[in-house]
Each structure stands twice: as structure tokens, then as C-alpha cells.
Design a binder for this molecule. Structure first.
Ligand code: 9G3
Length: 568
């Protein structure tokens, strides 16, 4: 491609509203331009990156036995009414009416569409398993689009759906796609972890998120410092291994604690460690008020509480609601003397605390020497707290550390959540009607462009890896008025094309400084410069990543580029 004939509008200044490096560089190097908040155009270089990533995804999905199709972005409301999701999704699901006032959703995901398609076309167990995928634009009206392509309102996703006659068959395809995902992210050169993730609102048990480690990631991963264990911090179980207290139980005593409302102020006032004070929290679990106890230095994980109680909704109670139950405000609440019908759950850590400090349900008063069982009843002890750095890894190997991550993939075992709701059934080998068992598997393709951009750059711009770049080589005649330089560049451009490589030719009538600054910004892995020595048939080859420079005769360029690529 000749730069005088394409569109690569580079910028010198850093756009003020771009907060992260990848977003700044994708704008400055002319890869993308914003149309509206969270809505982007992919300019020629951006489109080439998108296609390069799609090609990797397609190759691995096809190798894993998935078959590509393409579904519509316009989805009839009736399908979402069948699955019950028309009502459950709010403003994030973009909706519109057609000219006949029929309602549609702009596709945020395609469980409904694919289930309806397979329901109508597949009837026998002989046709299963079937794994279908697409690479297609999705629409989600995010409240806060940010970081450029990392969180957009219109984005490119690869979404796959698998249909099975047995759990074993689903497990097999899930594991094969798990491997395909690992191949994809490794080929993108990304430092990623497959983390155990909470299945959230999606049905099914098993689910894994694929996280690229990055300090700008929005998710927190809890991972072991010596094994491959990694989990979403909301999901990571905490090993129930606490040293029981050796203290003998002392006499319960009520003490005045004026103005001490937080764990730290109560602990300081009573000269007790925070680990010996307990927090008494009140949650509304499906409208029922429930008390949850945690050790002073721990935080209750509401997702674990929700899963333990198999609840629909779990939220912190308001202070005045709690006051009605306790007769005191937050900071003075405790488990002693509550009505017998109030359920009291406690995190496992609480079980091994003797003579603990807790609120006395009287403003400005606390109890010391409180002991579970003697002074108050615990309905159930469970793993209810967030895991912390330093906790033992749940797989028994090593210690937990935290890292921020960018979610680039998410795979789910859905079970029959959609096939039952939409009557996607098949006849099994005994002629009985059964609901299909499903899995679904997503990759954020446009998000991957940003994740790769985030990983491969330096102070001068992008530094694309050899296997993931808009073009293999940047060919630059320094002075387009110099016949020898132009001739050398054109010859090299053609030689590279003949050799099956892609090249970007900077044939613009710009000063050398502008050309080299733009070339560093665009970040192609190898640059061939035809400068003063072109008159002697010599050009300079430079490796973007290392800065390594070598002068070679024009006829040696293709061979030299190949050997340099092999080292990248
Ligand atoms: C919606 C909107 C946003 C959504 C969804 C639906 C996330 C929704 C979860 C999934 C699950 C998998 C197939 C590919 C892999 C992920 N955000 N999810 O269902 F209507 Cl507005 O998308 N779907």
C-alpha cells in the first residue's frame, strides 16, 4: 500500500480525553477515530489489525471443530420475550422499532437467535454435538464507555455456541475450546491467565474468564504465586484453615465506647487487635433481613452470600432498616440479644475467635469477651469473605497474589437454561424428547486489538510483533525527488510483494523527520530506508523492537528481512 493513496492521519499531540496508552496511540497513529462515545471507525491500519486478530481466532476455532456462520444484528423482541430476557435487561440492551412498529433489539449477544435457529433445524441426537460461531458486531449501551476499544458500545465479538446430547459431550467441547482460547491469546503474544469466574446471571456451573494481565484492567485476579491457580477475586474460595484460639472463655462484659464506631477506633479504644473485633453487617436477602459476621480485618463477599443462600437479590440493608431490628445504628450493631428468628451467618474465620469484641446494639456501647455458641447463636459458618493477598492458594499450592486484568474471553457451560426456555429439544436414541445441553464462548476481538496495542508499544509508538502487524515492512524513500532513492524503494516494495510479504511504502513528499516519526508511531516491525547510499545500491534495514540497524544491497533485502523476522 502506498501512503499517498491511503488514510493514516497521524497526530503529534496526545489527545486529552484518551487516558490509557493504547487509546492514545491508536488515535495518534491513525488506526481509529471516534464517531460517538464508545463508537469507533477502524481506519485502514486499524482494520488490518482487526482482520489479523480475526484470522488467528478463525484458524483456532476451525481447528477446534467449530463452524462459522453469521447471524443478524437485528433481533426480534419475541425471541428475547421467549427467553425472558426482554424484561430483565435494562437500558444496556439497545432497542428499536421498524417501520411497522415491530420491536427489535440490536444484538448484544446471540443465545436467543442461535437457540431458535438450532431448535428449528436440529431434531435428532445424531446431529449433536454441533458448535457454531460468528465474528460480528455487538451493541451494548454501556453506561461509561472508556479506554477506546477496551469498552465500546459497538464492538466486534467472536461468539460461539455448542449444542450437546450429554454433559460429557459439553465437557469435551468446553475443554477443547479452552485450549483453542489459550492458543489464540498465546499467538497474540499476550500475558494472560484463565481464571475461574462466577457464572453471574448466566445459568450453568463452570465458567472461565481469560484475563490479560494489565495495570489498567478493570477486574482483579487472585492467582497463586507458584501454581496455575487463578480466579476472579469475587469467586476465589478461601481455605478454611484458622488456628483455633488458645484463650479460655472470659466473662461477657458490656463496656462504654464513646464515639467509637469503626473497627479500628473500637480496637484502638479497647486496646484490642482488629482480628479480635467482629463486624456485624445486615443484608436484605430477597427482602429478608439477615445478619452476617466477619472478622474485623475481612470484607464480606456478597456474591458468596448470594450463592450460599441461593438468593435472587442480596443488598446491604439501609441504616434505618437495621436500626429497627437492632435498636442501634451502624458501628454499634452486634449478634447478642437479637430476635430468635433472625438468621446469623458468619464467615469461617469468626469460628476460631475467642473473647471477641462486638457491638452491644446500644449506641456507644460494645461487648468484650463475647463467644459464639455461649453468647449468641450462629445459624451457619461458611466461606463468606473476599480472599486477600497472602491467603493460601485454594489449590493448596503457594500463596495468593492480586493482579489487575482485562477480560478478553469468557466461556460458559450453560446447561439447558436457553433450550428449556425456548423449547430447543432433540429426540434421543430411545426416541425420547430431551432439551439440548449448551455452552457459549466469547472473545472480545476489537478489545483484543486494544489489549495487544497496550502490550506492544514504547515511548515512540507501537512496536507490533511480526505475527500481528498491519504490514510486515515499512519501505521509506527519504527524498521522493531523488530518483535513485525512489527507484530503490520501488524495487524493494515489488520484491517484498513477490516474496509474499506485505509492505507500506511512504511515497509522501514529506521531510525525513516527519517520515521517521510517523514510522516509529505506526510501529511496523521492520523498516527499510532508501537514503543517500541508494545511489550505491545500499539501503538501511532497521528493527523497530531492538533499534538494530544493518546496511544491505537492494538485492539482499528480502533475504535479510526474512532472517530478521525469524529473530523477532
Ligand atoms: C445483554 C446485554 C449485555 C450482556 C448480555 C445481554 C453480557 C449478556 C453475558 C454474555 C454471555 C455470553 C455469548 C458469548 C460469550 C458471552 N452482557 N452477557 O448476555 F442483552 Cl445488553 O454475553 N454470550
Amino acid at each position: 500500500m502506498k501512503q499517498s493513496k491511503t488514510l493514516i492521519p497521524t497526530m503529534r499531540e496526545i489527545p486529552s480525553d484518551a487516558e490509557v496508552k493504547s487509546h492514545q496511540l491508536l488515535l495518534r497513529a491513525g488506526f481509529i477515530r471516534q464517531n460517538a462515545s464508545g463508537v469507533y471507525s477502524y481506519l485502514p491500519l486499524g482494520k488490518k489489525m482487526l482482520r489479523a486478530i480475526e484470522d488467528i481466532v478463525r484458524e483456532e476455532m476451525d481447528d477446534a471443530g467449530a463452524v462459522e456462520l453469521l447471524m443478524p444484528a437485528l433481533q426480534q423482541a419475541e425471541l428475547w420475550q421467549e427467553s425472558g430476557r426482554w424484561q430483565t435487561y435494562g437500558p444496556e440492551l439497545m432497542r428499536l422499532k421498524d417501520r411497522h412498529s415491530r420491536e427489535f433489539a440490536l444484538g448484544a449477544t446471540h443465545e436467543e437467535v442461535i437457540t431458535a435457529l438450532v431448535r428449528d433445524e436440529v431434531k435428532s441426537y445424531k446431529r449433536l454435538p454441533l458448535t457454531l460461531y460468528q465474528i460480528q458486531t455487538k451493541f451494548r449501551d454501556e453506561k461509561r464507555p472508556r479506554f477506546g476499544l477496551l469498552r465500546g458500545r459497538e464492538f466486534v465479538m467472536k461468539d460461539a455456541y455448542s449444542f450437546h446430547a450429554s454433559q460429557e459431550s459439553l465437557d469435551e467441547v468446553y475443554d477443547r475450546l479452552f485450549q483453542a482460547y489459550s492458543n489464540i491469546f498465546r499467538r497474540c503474544g499476550l500475558n494472560f491467565r484463565a481464571v475461574i469466574a462466577d457464572s453471574g446471571a448466566m445459568g450453568g456451573k463452570d465458567t472461565h474468564e481469560f484475563m490479560v494481565l494489565s495495570e489498567i484492567g478493570e477486574d482483579t485476579i487472585a492467582y497463586s504465586d507458584t501454581s496455575t491457580y487463578a480466579a476472579n477475586v469475587e469467586m476465589a474460595p478461601v481455605v478454611n484453615k484458622y488456628d483455633p484460639s488458645t484463650e479460655t472463655q472470659k466473662e461477657l462484659e458490656k463496656v462504654e465506647t464513646p464515639n467509637a464506631k469503626t473497627i479500628d477506633s473500637v480496637a484502638a479504644f479497647l486496646n484490642m487487635p482488629a482480628e479480635q473485633c467482629i463486624k456485624t453487617l445486615v443484608f436484605k436477602v430477597d427482602e429478608e433481613m439477615v445478619v452476617v459476621l466477619a472478622r474485623g480485618d475481612h470484607e464480606i463477599n456478597d456474591i458468596k452470600l448470594k450463592n450460599l443462600l441461593n438468593a435472587g437479590t442480596v443488598e446491604m440493608a439501609e441504616e434505618e432498616e437495621a436500626a429497627k431490628l437492632f435498636g442501634a445504628s451502624f458501628g454499634s450493631l452486634g449478634p447478642i440479644g437479637l430476635p430468635a428468628d433472625v438468621k446469623i451467618f458468619a464467615d469461617n474465620a469468626v469460628r476460631s475467635i475467642a473473647n471477641m469484641v462486638c457491638g452491644a446494639n446500644q449506641n456507644g456501647w460494645h461487648y468484650v469477651n463475647a463467644n459464639a455458641g455461649r453468647d449468641f447463636h450462629v445459624t451457619e459458618f461458611a466461606d463468606l469473605r473476599f480472599i486477600l493477598e497472602g491467603d493460601p492458594s485454594p489449590d493448596g499450592e503457594g500463596m495468593i497474589k492480586f493482579a489487575k486484568g482485562i477480560e478478553v474471553g469468557h466461556i460458559f457451560k450453560l446447561g439447558t437454561r436457553y433450550s428449556e426456555a425456548m423449547n430447543a429439544v432433540y429426540l434421543d436414541e430411545n426416541g425420547r424428547t430431551q432439551p439440548m445441553i449448551m455452552g457459549c464462548y466469547g472473545i472480545g476481538v476489537s478489545r483484543l486489538v486494544a489489549a495487544v496495542a497496550e502490550q506492544f508499544n514504547d515511548e515512540n509508538g507501537f512496536v507490533w510483533p511480526a505475527n500481528l502487524t498491519p504490514f510486515d515492512v515499512h519501505v521509506i524513500p527519504v527524498n521522493v525527488k531523488d530518483e535513485a532513492q525512489v527507484k530503490a524503494a520501488d524495487t524493494i516494495y515489488e520484491d517484498l510483494r513477490q516474496a509474499g510479504m506485505t509492505a507500506l511504502l511512504d511515497d509522501r513528499p514529506e521531510r525525513a523527520g516527519v517520515k521517521f516519526t510517523d514510522s516509529d508511531l505506526i510501529g511496523l516491525p521492520i523498516r527499510v530506508t532508501a537514503g543517500k547510499k541508494a545511489a550505491e545500491g545500499i539501503v538501511e534495514i532497521k528493527v523497530r523492537k531492538t533499534g538494530e540497524v544493518v546496511d544491505v544491497p537492494v538485492e539482499d533485502v528480502v533475504r535479510t528481512v526474512r532472517s530478521l523476522q525469524a529473530e523477532l
